[in-house]
Design a protein around this ligand. Structure first.
Ligand code: RRO
Length: 315
């Protein structure tokens, strides 16, 4: 057996060669970037969240590396739905990866239009509905409004026969985990991805007394190591509250050990954002090998042997 087999998993019944994939927004906006991902040792890929039409996004600089992560206020720059449907159609038959379409309408009506169009495209296998873009001035994140999430999901499942997944913002309060879980339980979701960046963070450069990104007065989504504990808590909470639903972990994955911890909390697959941005596609091979080494040390031959098996400390 090849060691690579250790990374095998499945997502909504789709068998995947690896539990690693990109996070939407990183290395997936252009066809060139997406084609490179197709040639990479990952199990699935997801396209940049899209709107109906091309969007330029927010003014530059809108992304900054910071000591243990990143801050961004990209503002949903994307090439429009048709572009990503074309990519999926062109690659429908010639790849062995699950390609996921991410959508992020600026309002409910746009999300409904996106879903209607995606529903008619044979090449769309899973739609990741982004309920958590933190970077559009004046547009609150749908995932923080439980009633609006419920209404949107109800309409989405009424009109769309394709499998639908959600990308959630991070939650920080017990009651919010429960409120969102009670909404999500009503729908046969393909997966739940926890978490998007922590919105509206502010990183400053004290040398210049200024913000490090320009749009939204320097406020943006925080990613990287800063958010791993929050991401793990969200993965764990939704794994336990939504029994049987696949959880995709995202947040703070830099090493194989971070993937191991996400899986221990219940993730079936993990998405890598900041590290992919900073290191490029080589991160998948490195992180995969690090995870294999941990699994071998612990005697695991399959991620299902430790998935969700986090224990409470015993004194
Ligand atoms: O494009 C963005 O500003 C963005 C999006 Br859509 C998202 O979902 N998460 C993020 O950190 N940035």
């Amino acid at each position: 057996m090849s060691f690579k087999n250790l990374l095998k998993t499945s997502l909504f019944g789709f068998p995947l060669e690896s539990c690693l994939m990109n996070a939407s927004g990183v290395h997936c906006t252009t066809e060139t970037e997406l084609n490179i991902l197709l040639d990479t040792n990952i199990g699935a890929l997801v396209t940049k969240s899209c709107t109906l039409e091309f969007r330029e996004g927010n003014p530059l600089p809108r992304y900054a590396d910071i000591p243990k992560g990143s801050i961004n206020s990209m503002g949903l720059p994307n090439n429009g739905l048709r572009y990503y449907l074309n990519f999926l159609e062109e690659n429908e038959l010639n790849n062995n990866k699950l390609s996921v379409l991410s959508i992020a309408g600026l309002n409910k009506n746009e999300n409904i239009e996106l879903l209607k169009l995606a529903n008619t495209c044979k090449a769309v296998r899973i739609i990741e509905l982004n309920l958590s873009c933190p970077n559009i001035a004046g547009k609150p994140q749908t995932g923080y409004d439980f009633d609006a999430s419920n209404v949107l999901l109800q309409e989405a499942f009424d009109l769309c026969q394709k499998p639908i997944a959600v990308k959630l913002p991070p939650y920080f309060d017990e009651s919010h985990f429960e409120s969102m879980a009670s909404v999500l339980k009503k729908f046969p979701l393909a997966y739940v991805c926890c978490v998007n960046s922590i919105g509206n963070a502010l990183w400053i450069d004290a040398n210049t007394n200024s913000t490090v990104i320009k749009p939204k007065s320097g406020f943006g989504g925080l990613g990287g190591m800063y958010i791993k504990p929050t991401a793990l808590a969200n993965v764990r909470k939704f794994y336990t509250l939504l029994e049987g639903v696949d959880i995709v972990g995202c947040g703070g994955i830099q090493h194989g050990l971070d993937v191991y911890e996400h899986i221990l909390c219940g993730a079936s697959v993990v998405q890598i954002g900041t590290t992919l941005w900073q290191e490029g596609i080589a991160c998948f091979e490195r992180i995969g090998n690090e995870l294999i080494e941990i699994m071998q040390q612990k005697g695991y031959t399959d991620i299902n042997q430790f998935k969700g098996k986090l224990k409470e400390i015993q004194l």
